[in-house]
Every structure is written in C-alpha cells, then in structure tokens.
Design a protein around this ligand. Structure first.
Ligand code: SAH
Length: 213
C-alpha cells in the first residue's frame, strides 16, 4: 500500500492539527512512507495517527509524536544526530533527510537488521544503525549535535548528557514506564543544562542490556 494524494493530504492535515507546523519536518514526513516500516496485521492502519506494534514487542510511534519530537529537535543540515531506539527505523529515516548523519541504536538485533533493509531500499546512505544498549550512548561517535531518545527513562541518562555537544539539544521522554511520562527538551550550555517540559507522552521503557531477539 502506498499513500494516494487524498491519504497524503489527510496524513499531513492530522499532523498540522496536532501542532506539527515546521515546514522542513512536514516535508520530510511527506517523503518517507510509513507503510514501509509496518508489516502484517496493522498495515491497513498505517496512515492513522496511532502507534502500532512492530516486532520484538515494540511499537512504531504515533506520527504526530514523531513530528513533534522532530521539530522540537531543531535539526540543521550539518548536524550529527544520535537516536536511541531505532524500532522500525521510521524516525531515523525522517531525521536522515534533515541531518548530515544519523546514528541509531536499538537493543534488538532483529529490529536493527530490518530497519537497515528499509534504509537500503530507500537508498538512504547517511544512517548507521547498530545493535547496542543506547543508554550508554555511542562514545566513539560523540559528541552529538542532537540526541533523540524514543524510549522512556526515569531521568535523562548521564552518558547521553555527557555526549551532547555544547549548544546541542536532546529530546526524550522521562518518567516511570507504566505511567504518563513527560517529553522534555534539554539544551546544553557552556555552564550547564536547560530543561523544558513539552507535553505528556507514553513510550516503551528504556531497558538495560541487549534484547534476545
Ligand atoms: N523510533 C522508533 C520507535 C521506537 S520504540 C520508530 O521510529 O519506530 C522504542 C525502541 O527503543 C524499541 O525498539 C526498543 O527496543 C528500544 N530500546 C529500549 N531500550 C533501549 C536501550 N537501552 N538501548 C537501545 N534501544 C532501546
């Protein structure tokens, strides 16, 4: 299934009505077909604004949340971005159109492998996907201009704060995994960090160690 003109209009309209107004974000989301990242039973609901199940008991986020997080991240074309929580690869594919380079990690080997196959099919060449516990960040590639975490921790992980460049921005959900969490934006300054609460959200937990799948 691919998006027809009317489906596309409805998809973009839903994003705008939920506050995704940044033109670069909307253009990137128009170009990356969410249907490529969802298989099976739920494929017919792929253009609705809802999270959907993917392999390994994980979820692809709701498009409006992907849009709000992307615009909150204020990515510019020269940025090196780290995403923790590759999942389906949808968020990373959108970021790849906005940034110079995207590193994305997931604790499930299978998800990384499947996401890589979609990046290849889309001929996206500026994403590097690794299987790793992203709560440690990626020290070899640090510092990052932007960091996005798509799984919820109780607090922003220290290694990720440390790997954010001065002037850099990190967007992540924080809070208990079984409760409502807050989406926050952290900006790093010369002398410390600024924290801004953006909205309430609900994400799968940031879990330590590698997955078994
Ligand atoms: N951004 C994804 C949605 C991610 S769902 C998308 O666009 O589809 C959250 C993902 O975070 C899951 O795939 C889960 O396996 C991963 N995750 C949870 N804890 C992690 C950790 N410590 N390191 C890396 N990935 C983790």
């Amino acid at each position: 299934m691919s998006m027809d003109a009317e489906g596309q209009m409805q998809f973009l309209y839903a994003l705008r009505s939920k506050g995704v107004t940044d033109t670069r974000t909307l253009t990137a989301m128009e170009r990356i077909d969410r249907a490529l990242f969802v298989r099976g039973l739920f494929a017919e609901r792929v253009y609705e604004d809802m999270p959907l199940p993917i392999a390994c008991g994980q979820t692809i986020s709701q498009p409006s949340i992907v849009g709000l997080m992307t615009q909150a991240l204020q990515v510019s074309p020269r940025d090196k971005v780290l995403e923790v929580g590759t999942g389906s690869g949808y968020q990373a594919a959108i970021l790849s159109l906005l940034a110079r380079r995207v590193y994305t990690v997931d604790r499930y080997r299978r998800l990384v492998k499947e996401a890589r196959a979609v990046f290849d099919a889309l001929k996206i060449t500026n994403i590097t996907a690794f299987t790793a516990d992203g709560s440690h960040g990626l020290p070899e590639q640090a510092p990052f201009d932007r960091i996005i975490v798509t799984a919820a921790a109780e607090d922003p992980p220290g290694p990720l704060l440390a790997q954010l460049r001065i002037g850099g921005i990190m967007v992540l959900p924080v809070g208990q995994s079984d409760a409502v969490q807050s989406l926050i934006r952290v900006t790093r300054h010369e002398t410390g960090f600024d924290y801004e609460e953006l909205r309430s959200v609900r994400f799968v937990p940031l879990t330590e160690g590698l997955g078994t799948d």
